[in-house]
Design a protein around this ligand. Sequence first.
Ligand code: HXC
Length: 299
Amino acid sequence: MDASKLMFRDGLMAGERILVTGGGTGLGREMTEAFLKLGAVVHICGRRQGKADEAAQELMAQHGGKVVAHGCDIRDADAIAAMVDAIWAEGGALTGLVNNAAGNFVSRTEDLSVNGFNAISDIVFRGTFYVTHEVGKRLIAEGKKASFLSILTTWVWNGSPFVVPSAMSKAAINTMTQSLAVEWGRYGLRFNAIAPGLFPTEGMSARLSPGGRGDNSNDRMNPMGRHGEMHELANLAVFLMGPGAEWVNGQTIAIDGAGYQATGGNFWSSLSPLGDEEWTKMRDMIKQTNAKDKATRTT
Ligand code: HXC
């Protein structure tokens, strides 16, 4: 990210303590960088502790401040409780949680196994709830205020073919956002979400567009003729997480160049004509990526 494109004054987030799940890679790393640059202490977690450590070191070398990396698989509720204990022990209550960690791959739904469905829904649907619940309970018990932000997609409003477990799970987190905004608003806990359009990241491109299929056509179809730039997402995340807009609660805000209005924001309809051979090829490429990632996991 070009940090000079952040819209906010230095020190805006001093005193904030934010956990970004999946904060060592992709969109999570970009938001982590923005919070850090503006003065927050940021905790990040990922299944690949090495990746998270590396990101923390690089970001601190670049901007100073403090990023603490944790190895944690958000599918594991006990591991989350241990991580949140460690965060509280390091410096007290969080002031914010960004639910960013996710898993996804393109597949014809008829080709999914139960394990394939669970691999995605256990991360996005269950894992996101586990982290939110663990952090929320502690904040309520201590009477502390905080901002919760979940990274969704515009598919929460209209569904999406070929990524059904992700679309279902993210729609559920949209419902969690709306529900807890009301239930926990009285505790000073607020819940918002961002629905990004296409912001290409390594993890996403390898699993949602293996071999690069469709990238340019998605940009061409967007009313603004391009995909998103990381600083644009980071600025929106800071606005929602930082001080000064606390009455924004229960909202899911799209940042997609009006792609959703133009085309339903749905990238994958173009995959409908693909046949068995192409799907097999894509599945093999995705599985190779998964295996490579798995080899570097610590949790
Ligand atoms: C069919 C597949 C498959 C594929 C995996 N599986 N890939 N089935 N097609 N392409 C099946 C496996 O065969 C297995 O089922 C089951 O899924 C679990 O596979 P594992 O590799 O053991 O899973 P795991 O190691 O737990 O990995 C989780 C993952 C992986 C979700 C499958 O993709 C991952 O770790 N992703 C994290 C990063 C990521 O996805 N980033 C992109 C996020 S993008 P069987 O039956 O064989 O045992 C995003 C939204 C994008 O979230 C929005 C864009 C706008």
